[in-house]
Write a protein that binds this ligand. Structure first.
Ligand code: SIN
Length: 309
């Protein structure tokens, strides 16, 4: 077999390969330019941006555990305006395919932010973060309610340029993630990003209190891979949209697992903290693995039981 076509289509946008970085794990896509070319990835998903800068939650914010990482960052970010001024031009100049992760305090703010974005070039899509477990306002409140999801996605679609992709990032911390995905699909999302972190808690035995000031935190890393695969499978059976699989990827076999359960692309996250070049290595390794398995495209790994949607 010759080469493999790694390209993936999310709504109106074609990405050259299906390996993206996950929000919050690779900064704004420019931190590692001395090591690797961010334009070689399918896309970079930025740290979640909010309309105004956020300082994030009080310390401690991160705890490394045996099989994963707990975080309670609280959406610390430079704010949309500073990103557009200081980061986006550099990403554009380098030809990086950029998806902006966005969060908001109230439903209408998402569309306002996207309307602001339309005055700028150099981005290919937005990922609505409707699933952050670490903030008091927005976050999981939005993402657990199909009605709110419909309302937000619909309002964003009304201002989103026709040539940009709309991804919706869902939480696994619900009874039925499929219901949320259906709501996003009905309102016009182009793809489902699945999953955000799993709610967890760490205990300090000396103080006999939770470690994190907000008690709960988001769990990511290898431990959540089987949970993420189950959620992607559930969503793949419920909607016809492309799914971007996220959760615990640390090897090309993990990428293949996501493709089997219905993902069309993946985001590499927590593993990047230890190995910032991993996503780049996975692009090459995925191509080789697909050739070895006689697949002409990632889609051919998909489990037959799911059909070819
Ligand atoms: C955070 O900044 O708290 C993590 C982002 C998220 O889980 O969506």
């Amino acid at each position: 077999m010759k080469g493999v076509d790694l390209s993936v289509q999310l709504g109106p946008v074609t990405f050259a390969n299906p390996i993206f970085t996950a929000s919050g794990t690779w900064g704004y896509g420019l931190d590692f330019v001395d090591l690797v070319d961010p334009a070689a990835l399918g896309a970079v998903v930025t740290k979640t941006l909010t309309a105004v800068p956020r300082r994030g939650n009080p310390q401690p914010r991160v705890r490394e555990l045996r099989h994963g990482l707990l975080n309670s960052i609280g959406l610390e970010n430079v704010g949309l305006q500073a990103f557009l001024r200081e980061k986006l031009p550099a990403l554009r100049e380098r030809g990086v395919r950029t998806i902006l992760s966005l969060a908001a305090r109230e439903s209408g703010e998402f569309a306002t932010m996207v309307a602001e974005l339309t005055r700028h070039e150099g981005w290919q899509g937005v990922e609505l973060n409707l699933s952050c477990p670490n903030v008091a306002e927005g976050g999981l409140d939005f993402g657990r309610d199909p009605f709110r999801i419909r309302e937000i996605v619909d309002s964003v679609r009304q201002v989103l340029p026709a040539d940009r992709a709309l991804l919706v990032k869902l939480t696994p911390n619900v009874t039925s993630i499929a219901d949320l995905a259906v709501a996003a699909q009905d309102a016009g999302a182009h793809a489902i990003s699945c999953i955000n972190t799993v709610v967890g808690l760490e205990v300090d035995l000396e103080t006999r209190r939770p470690v994190f000031p907000r008690a709960f935190a988001g769990y990511s890393g290898p431990a959540i891979l089987p949970i993420a695969l189950a959620k992607v499978w559930e969503v793949a059976r419920a909607v016809d949209l492309p799914i971007v699989g996220i959760g615990g990827i640390s090897s090309v076999e993990d990428v293949l697992r996501f493709l089997v359960v219905g993902a069309g692309a993946v985001q590499v996250g927590t593993a990047l903290f230890a190995r910032p070049t991993l996503a780049h290595d996975l692009v090459k390794e995925l191509e080789e693995s697909l050739i070895t398995r006689g697949c002409a495209s990632p889609m051919q790994m998909r489990c037959e039981e799911l059909g070819r949607s």
